[in-house]
Design a protein around this ligand. Structure first.
Ligand SMILES: [Mn+2]
Length: 512
């Protein structure tokens, strides 16, 4: 077999001549001597790492950022780090594929004790955090010019160890040092990893556990994921500020979409037009959309996860849009508005809209510290069921339907829950245990959505004909305060009259 020092090249790339290899590293200006500023999000991560450290004394904690994911062939999706990694490092949009945060336990030795004939007692004493990442290669390294996935000539300049330390406030080491750091004292120091983020790293740690004959149960890693999720249930001030920014940027995006309704109607595939206009503002103001936008016009609104978004926008229909901007720190908004395409609700549309709004208000009234998470849904769904009953649609009484064991008929028209936690992930804290989430209690600093809906499919023969094909959801993001809640997404109107007035302003209609 022919040995070659040339990096493996795509078959369409011309091999590099010796003359080029000698020439390419020469005559570049030096890298800047000044270190970059600390990332705003990184100012808030030390307390979080301290909390994690206190929860896992004496354990090695491994939190990977994740890897580049192939979209197809040799193109990757834009990189988005795992939320636990972002939370603990402050590294956000596009940073930092393959990186790994390791919290290594410190120990202090106390004096020998009669009860311990081996000698010194060793007590866990906090953790040392280290960020392992791929620092930029020197220009003499083939990576500089030949590596289309990581090389500076291809994807831009990466940080040095010192620069990354300045940005994150974390001691940094090269990724190549990680395997030895993971295996050190593994027989005495138990390790936990967030699995399913970086398969190669998980496999490596599992192999090291085997070779060190560690008595290891996979549930230690599951518990770690749970802990990392539960840590994020209560947001700090910086997080709430970021979520507010995400909601404000989302309002800007919604306004731009409404302004473009006439174009969306005229151009065809209007749902796509709306999705695209919002995406423009999500990319411009933030990192991206926090989840695939739902732009569901007419009967599509009754498909809960309508993300195909290939339908027309029709004058006289509603469009349900569930969209959120994810800011550069990766916190996302999650907002739904259901709007009349021509700016005016029909009486039937308004009837359903007002019912959903009443349900949302009841949910928000129930959202206060000390109340259960479930109470928000229970308050909202009762209002939904009452309206269904009043309209003669519910086949049983309200209380019978709301009976969780025997009933549930109302769920035909609102299948989903009213709330979820919101933060770095749109469905934040998803690994938290039920007793802290669904069965948990609301505390100041928690951020949740309140998003009831009523969905009448065009094919639903139980629904009065004039209401068929109408689907409405209204979703806002709230933070629990000391005495109630505050709406973060309040820059967008909710009352039907206010929606019409707001739309008239954006569409330039003054009539009516
Ligand atoms: Mn939501």
């Amino acid at each position: 077999m022919k040995d070659t020092l040339q990096p493996r090249l795509p078959n369409r790339q011309t091999p590099f001549s010796d003359a080029f290899v000698a020439f390419i590293p020469t005559d570049w200006a030096p890298y800047p001597a000044d270190l970059p500023a600390r990332l705003p999000a990184a100012e808030h991560t030390a307390d979080r790492r301290d909390a994690l450290s206190a929860a896992c004394p004496g354990e090695r904690l491994v939190v990977p950022a994740g890897v580049l994911k192939v979209r197809s062939n040799d193109t990757d999706y834009p990189f988005r780090p795992h939320s636990a990694f972002a939370y603990l490092t402050g590294l956000g949009a596009d940073r930092e594929p393959d990186a790994v945060l390791v919290l290594d336990p410190r120990f202090t030795e106390s004096d020998a004790d009669a009860a311990d004939p081996e000698g010194a007692l060793v007590e866990p004493d906090g953790h040392e955090a280290t960020l392992y990442f791929k620092p930029r290669a020197p220009r003499t390294d083939p990576e500089f010019y030949a590596d289309a996935r990581y090389g500076e000539m291809w994807v831009g300049q990466r940080e040095s160890l010192a620069e990354m330390e300045a940005m994150t406030g974390l001691p940094c080491r090269a990724l190549s040092d990680l395997p030895s750091a993971l295996s050190a004292d593994l027989d005495r120091v138990p390790a936990r990893i967030v699995r399913d983020v970086d398969d190669r790293l998980t496999t490596l740690l599992d192999e090291l556990r085997r070779t060190h004959e560690v008595d290891f149960d996979a549930c230690v890693d599951e518990e770690f994921a749970t802990l990392l999720s539960e840590m994020r249930l209560i947001k700090d001030d910086f997080e709430i500020e970021q979520l507010q920014e995400a909601c404000d940027a989302t309002a800007v995006g919604f306004e731009a979409v409404v302004r473009d309704f006439p174009a969306a109607v005229a151009n065809g595939r209007g749902e796509r037009w709306c999705e695209g206009v919002f995406a423009l503002h999500a990319r411009h103001r933030g990192n991206d959309v926090g989840y695939g936008s739902i732009c569901a016009a007419g009967d599509h609104a009754n498909t809960l996860h309508w993300i195909r978004n290939d339908g027309d926008l029709v004058d006289g229909d509603l469009i349900l849009m569930d969209m959120g901007v994810e800011v550069d720190s990766l916190y996302t908004a999650d907002v739904t508005r259901t709007l009349p395409v021509n700016g005016r609700f029909t009486p039937a549309q308004r009837q359903v809209y007002e019912a959903v709004l009443a349900a949302q208000k009841a949910g928000m009234d129930a959202a206060r510290p000390g109340a259960t998470f479930k109470a928000v849904h229970e308050a909202a769904i009762r209002v939904v069921a009452e309206h269904l009953a009043a309209w003669g649609i519910l086949p049983v009484g309200v209380d019978e339907s709301l009976d969780q064991v025997e009933g549930g008929q109302h769920r035909r028209w609102m299948l989903h829950g009213t709330s979820h936690h919101l933060g770095l992930d749109v469905h934040d804290c998803a690994q938290a245990r039920a007793e802290f989430y669904r069965e948990g209690t609301l505390r100041p600093g928690m951020v949740i959505t309140v998003e009831p809906g009523i969905y009448f499919k065009s094919t639903d023969l139980l629904v009065p004909e004039e209401l068929r094909g109408i689907g409405v959801r209204i979703e806002d993001d709230i933070v629990i305060t000391d005495d109630g809640c505050r709406i973060l997404s309040d820059k967008l109107p909710r009352e039907a009259d206010e929606v019409e007035a707001w739309m008239a302003g954006l569409l330039g209609n003054s009539e009516g």
